[in-house]
Design a protein around this ligand. Structure first.
Ligand SMILES: Nc1ncnc2c1ncn2[C@@H]1O[C@H](COP(=O)(O)OP(=O)(O)OP(=O)(O)O)[C@@H](O)[C@H]1O
Ligand SMILES: Nc1nc2c(c(=O)[nH]1)N=C(CO)CN2
Length: 351
């Protein structure tokens, strides 16, 4: 049976999850078998459209389908995973291309195989090399093209991403070494399970680390269209980790926006957004502006105002050791930025 190679890419939302789900959907097709999957690679976007980095993989499959039938399956899987086709070579939750079909050449109005961009794209070739049979026809050309592109296309960055299980093992190993380095005994009863606990905790508290897009919201259109009503959600608790010391900082966020033309999001989504921007290594200033910038991007409101108040363990436990000091950061966009009266009204409502 002929070996078929696919290239998969995602650059919106939980990219790894989209790729994993795509493999699951493909693998559940009765006429298709997934034989091998490459490592995961973080890749700079190629093609001139300004967009976030992609996660790319390659898969080797076997199928009794015709190429056209496989393309239909691919389109079905892409549609299931929220693929839209707005911008050519633009951002997408999922893209699946058929790269090779054995040594066949296919060229009709629906399919060109080998995929016509293959030998120009490191994000296709590097994952492919993980799983491509050394004795197969394109092996030499893949190797040569990688060498050539690495020299000539410096902006095509491709970096291998360790798998979750690999990450867990790494964290466990490093925490064990850390225990030793600070003078403890990793075999001591009280800390024997600490490396595992820390690894599991990091999965949770850094769950947004590799996600570039907030997706858990829906925009609603309401009839109110006077563009002057403020929506304020106060006292949203959050916990984050500072990127300088990897120590917690935590406190409250207060978020207000003025809907444009009645466009709003569910109120519970604002605390979710605060959680989303907090669950990664960050800084208070960054969390403050991330909340405002994301709301601007998804809602295009008249303005956003964000105040964050937090205690920082890196200030209280070490260095200057000032316990109970509170840091307050503010970030205003749109009318909140340009209109001092509006800003004052927001601050008055807050206090
Ligand atoms: N080898 C191939 N694999 C997948 N689609 C192909 C292939 N050759 C031609 N096509 C056609 O290309 C059309 C558009 O595909 P798609 O939307 O994935 O393009 P793109 O991702 O924007 O660009 P690219 O294919 O260069 O990555 C498909 O509907 C399909 O008919
Ligand atoms: N790094 C990277 N860049 C791209 C990708 C992709 O999967 N990865 N897909 C594109 C359209 O198919 C356009 N550009």
């Amino acid at each position: 049976m002929e070996s078929i190679y696919l290239s998969l890419g995602s650059n919106i939302g939980d990219r790894q999850n989209y790729l994993k789900k795509a493999l699951e959907h493909l693998g559940s097709e009765s006429r298709l078998i997934i034989d091998k999957v490459s490592n995961y690679y973080e890749t700079a976007p190629v093609g001139g459209v300004e967009q976030d980095a992609f996660l790319n993989i390659a898969a080797k499959i076997y199928t009794t389908c015709t190429p056209e039938e496989l393309l239909n399956i691919i389109h079905k899987v892409e549609a299931k995973l929220n693929r839209s086709r707005k911008v050519h070579w633009g951002p997408r939750t999922l893209d699946i291309d058929i790269i090779f079909w054995g040594d066949r050449s296919i060229n009709n109005e629906k399919l060109i195989i080998p995929h016509k961009e293959t030998f120009k794209r490191l994000f296709v070739l590097i994952p492919l090399l993980d799983i491509y049979d050394k004795s197969s026809i394109f092996y030499k050309k893949i190797k040569q093209s990688i060498t050539f592109l690495k020299q000539t296309e410096k902006e095509q960055k491709v970096i291998r991403v360790p798998e979750k299980e690999e990450n867990t093992q790494t964290i466990k190993r490093v925490v064990k070494e850390l225990l030793l380095a600070i003078g403890d005994d990793p075999q001591r009863e009280g800390v024997r399970e600490t490396p595992r606990r820390v690894a599991e905790m990091y999965q949770e508290i850094f769950s947004s680390q590799n996600q570039n897009e907030f997706q858990e919201y829906k925009v609603f259109e309401t009839p109110k269209r006077d563009n002057s009503q403020m929506v304020l959600v106060k006292d949203i608790s959050f916990y984050s980790m500072c990127e300088h010391h990897m120590l917690p900082f935590f406190g409250k966020a207060h978020v207000a926006y003025i809907p444009r033309n009645g466009r709003i999001i569910g109120l519970s989504k604002i605390p979710r957004l605060v959680d989303f921007v907090s669950r990664r290594l960050s800084l208070q200033e960054k969390i403050t502006s991330d909340i405002a910038d994301t709301l601007m991007e998804i809602l295009d409101p008249v303005g956003v105002a964000v105040v964050v108040e937090a205690r920082h363990m890196c200030v209280e436990m070490r260095g200057v050791k000032k316990s109970n000091s509170l840091t307050r950061t503010t970030y205003f966009t749109g009318d909140f930025n340009s209109n001092a009266q509006l800003r004052a009204e927001f601050l008055r409502v807050l206090n």
